[in-house]
Design a protein around this ligand. Structure first.
Ligand SMILES: NC(=O)C1=CN([C@@H]2O[C@H](COP(=O)(O)OP(=O)(O)OC[C@H]3O[C@@H](n4cnc5c(N)ncnc54)[C@H](OP(=O)(O)O)[C@@H]3O)[C@@H](O)[C@H]2O)C=CC1
Ligand SMILES: O=C1O[C@H](COP(=O)(O)O)[C@@H](O)[C@H](O)[C@H]1O
Length: 508
C-alpha cells in the first residue's frame, strides 16, 4: 500500500521539453512500480487548445522517452487515462477560474481528497504570476487537502532576483508549501554523502582540518550547450551548475551532523554550512581564486565538435564561461584553512561528477623513500556515472624492504544487484507528493548560495583584468587551471571508471 496520499498533479508548461522528457516518464515509472496512490491524476496546463486525447498521445502513448525507458507497455493505456489537459488561453496571466473549476471537477470525479500539487515547468519569469493567479482563486489554501508548489531552476539570476522571487512566491504560498527543485539532490549518490559521513565511524572522525588536506570536486560534461545556447549564453557555468547543484553538494560535504534526519534539521545545517563559506570580494583575491574558460572547437570521442561561439543561440563574440574553477575556504572550526577546489565545465573529455577528499600526510614519514607517501590517501565519492566509493591507500609490495604501492578499495552501486536506482526526478516527485522536503532547497539556502556567488559574478562582469581562457573541446579546461591548486597538488582528471587512475596529469 502506497503511503502517497491521493492527489492531482497540475503541470504548468506541459507542452514543453521537461514535461515530455522527464516529468511524465518519471511519473509513469512511479505508477508502474506501485508508488502512486489509488486516486491520482495529472492535469497538463499550457496556453494552446489541445484535447485530453491528443495530450495523452503526445506525452504518454507516443512519447519516445516512455517507450525508451520502460519495458512495461501493458500499463501505458491505464496510465494514459489518468492524464488530462486544460488550455489557459493566450497567456499565463489570466483569470484562473476555468482552471479552478476543472481542478475541482477532477478532484471530485477522481477522489483526490482536495490534495493538489502544482509543478511550474515554465520559464522562471512567470513563476510569480502563476503563484499569484493560483492564490487569487484560493488554490493555495490548504483548507481541505495539501497544496504544494514545485518550482524549477534557475531560481533567480542573482541574489536580488532570488530574494524577489522568494518573496513573490511566499506572498502566495507558505514556505512549507514551496518545493525548489535541484535535481542533483535527487541523485542517489548525492544523498549517500549523508550516509557515508554520518553512519560510518571510520570516516566522520577524520572529516576535518586535522586530517584532510584539501577537497576537490569535479563536475565535467562532454556535451556542449546543445539547443540551449540562448539560455546558457546569459547564464554561464557558474549560474547554471555551481550556484545550485555544486553548492548543494558542497553544503553536504561541509555541514555539521544534524540532530536527526528530518528535513528541517538537515536544511538548517546546510544553511549554516553555506553561510560559513568565505565570501570573496577583494579583486586580487578573486583574481587568484577563480578561473573561467570557454570551449573552442575540438574532438570528443573521435568526433569533431563546434566551439561555443559557433553554437546556435550564442553570441559570436560571447565571453560567457563554459568552464569555472573556484578555490575557496570555509570559515568554521571544522574547516579553517583547508582549501576547497571546485570546477564545472562543458565539453570535457568525459562526463563525470566526483568528490575527492585528499588526506594529509602522517606527521612522520616512515617510508618516505618508497615513492608513495600517505598524501595519496584519498576518498573518492563518484556521483555519476558508475556511481560508487573508492578509498586509495598504501600497501607494502611483497618482498624485501618497505616499498609502498597505492591500492584501491572500491564499491560500485551496481554491485547492489536487484535494487533499481530511481532517477532524480522520480525520487523528487515522489518525495514532494509525500510532503518530504528534505531534498528540496529552502529559501534561505538558495539565498546563501547566491550570497557566495554574486561577488564572483560581479567581479567577472566588471573587472577589466578578468580573462576568459579558451580550451579545446575534449581537454580538461584551460592550461593554467592547475595554478589554482596549492603546492604540488593537481586536479584528478578522472576516467570513465571510478578506479581509473589518471596519476599525475599535466594539461599540455
Ligand atoms: N528542459 C530541461 O532539461 C530542463 C528544464 N529546466 C527548467 O524547467 C522549466 C521548463 O523547461 P522546458 O520544458 O525546457 O521549457 P520550455 O522552454 O520548453 O517551456 C515550457 C513551456 O512554457 C511555455 N513558455 C515558454 N516560453 C514562454 C514564454 N516566454 N511565456 C510564457 N510561456 C512560455 C510554453 O508553453 P505554451 O506556450 O504551450 O503555453 C512551453 O512549452 C524551465 O524553468 C527550465 O529552466 C531545468 C532543468 C532542465
Ligand atoms: O541543470 C543542469 O544540469 C545538467 C547536467 O545534469 P546531469 O544530471 O546530466 O549531470 C546540465 O547539462 C545543464 O546545463 C544544467 O542546466
Amino acid at each position: 500500500m502506497s503511503k502517497t496520499p491521493n492527489q492531482l498533479l497540475v503541470i504548468f508548461g506541459s507542452s514543453g521539453d521537461l514535461t515530455q522528457r522527464k516529468l511524465i516518464p518519471s511519473i509513469f515509472k512511479l505508477y508502474c512500480e506501485g508508488h502512486l496512490p489509488e486516486n491520482f491524476g495529472v492535469l497538463g496546463v499550457s496556453r494552446s487548445e489541445v484535447s485530453d486525447e491528443d495530450f495523452r498521445k503526445k506525452v504518454v502513448l507516443e512519447n519516445q522517452h516512455i517507450s525508451d525507458t520502460i519495458g512495461n507497455f501493458a500499463k501505458r493505456d491505464s496510465f494514459a487515462e489518468k492524464i488530462f489537459y486544460q488550455a489557459l488561453g493566450d497567456s499565463y496571466d489570466l483569470d484562473y477560474s476555468p482552471l479552478r473549476e476543472r481542478i475541482e471537477a477532477l478532484d471530485k470525479t477522481m477522489g483526490c481528497d482536495g490534495n493538489c500539487m502544482f509543478y511550474l515547468s515554465v520559464p522562471p519569469k512567470i513563476y510569480e504570476t502563476i503563484a499569484s493567479r493560483l492564490n487569487e482563486q484560493g488554490l493555495s489554501k490548504e483548507s481541505e487537502g495539501h497544496r504544494r508548489l514545485i518550482v524549477e531552476k534557475p531560481f533567480g539570476y542573482d541574489l536580488d532576483t532570488a530574494r524577489e522571487l522568494n518573496k513573490g512566491l511566499q506572498d502566495n504560498f507558505g514556505e512549507s508549501q514551496i518545493y525548489r527543485i535541484d535535481h542533483y539532490l535527487g541523485k542517489e549518490t548525492v544523498q549517500n554523502l549523508l550516509v557515508t559521513r554520518f553512519s560510518n565511524s571510520i570516516f566522520e572522525p577524520l572529516w576535518n582540518r586535522n586530517y584532510i588536506r584539501h577537497v576537490e570536486i569535479t563536475n565535467a560534461e562532454s556535451v556542449g550547450v546543445g539547443k540551449r545556447g540562448g539560455y546558457y549564453d546569459s547564464a554561464g557555468a557558474l549560474r547554471d551548475m555551481f550556484q545550485n547543484h555544486l553548492l548543494q553538494i558542497i553544503s553536504l560535504v561541509v555541514m555539521e551532523p544534524p540532530i536527526d534526519a528530518k528535513a528541517e534539521s538537515i536544511r538548517n545545517e546546510k544553511v549554516k554550512a553555506l553561510k560559513s563559506l568565505r565570501i570573496m570580494t577583494d579583486p586580487d583575491i578573486l583574481h587568484q581564486n577563480t578561473i573561467r574558460g570557454q570551449y573552442l572547437s575540438g574532438e570528443i570521442d573521435g568526433e569533431q565538435v563546434l566551439g561555443y561561439r559557433e553554437e546556435s543561440g550564442v553570441d559570436p563574440n560571447s565571453t560567457t564561461e563554459t568552464y569555472a574553477a573556484i578555490k575557496f575556504f570555509v570559515d568554521n572550526w571544522r574547516w579553517a584553512d583547508i582549501p576547497f577546489y571546485v570546477r564545472t565545465a562543458k565539453r570535457m573529455p568525459t562526463k563525470v561528477t566526483e568528490i575527492v577528499i585528499h588526506f594529509k600526510t602522517p606527521h612522520h614519514q616512515l617510508f618516505k623513500d618508497s615513492g608513495v607517501d600517505s598524501k595519496d590517501n584519498k576518498l573518492i565519492i563518484r556521483i555519476q556515472p558508475n556511481e560508487g566509493i573508492l578509498v586509495k591507500f598504501g600497501v607494502k609490495v611483497p618482498g624485501q624492504g618497505f616499498k609502498v604501492e597505492r591500492a584501491n578499495l572500491d564499491f560500485y552501486y551496481d554491485d547492489l544487484k536487484g535494487t533499481r536506482v530511481m532517477d532524480a526526478y522520480e525520487r523528487l516527485l515522489l518525495d514532494a507528493m509525500q510532503g518530504d522536503a528534505t531534498l528540496y532547497a529552502r529559501a534561505d539556502e538558495v539565498e546563501a548560495a547566491w550570497e557566495f556567488v554574486d561577488p564572483i559574478l560581479n567581479y567577472w562582469k566588471t573587472d577589466k583584468n578578468v580573462v576568459t581562457y579558451g580550451y579545446s573541446a575534449g581537454m580538461w579546461g584551460p592550461n593554467n587551471a592547475d595554478e589554482l591548486l596549492e603546492g604540488d597538488s593537481y586536479w584528478r582528471n578522472p576516467g570513465k571508471l571510478l578506479t581509473d587512475d589518471p596519476g599525475f596529469c599535466v594539461i599540455s
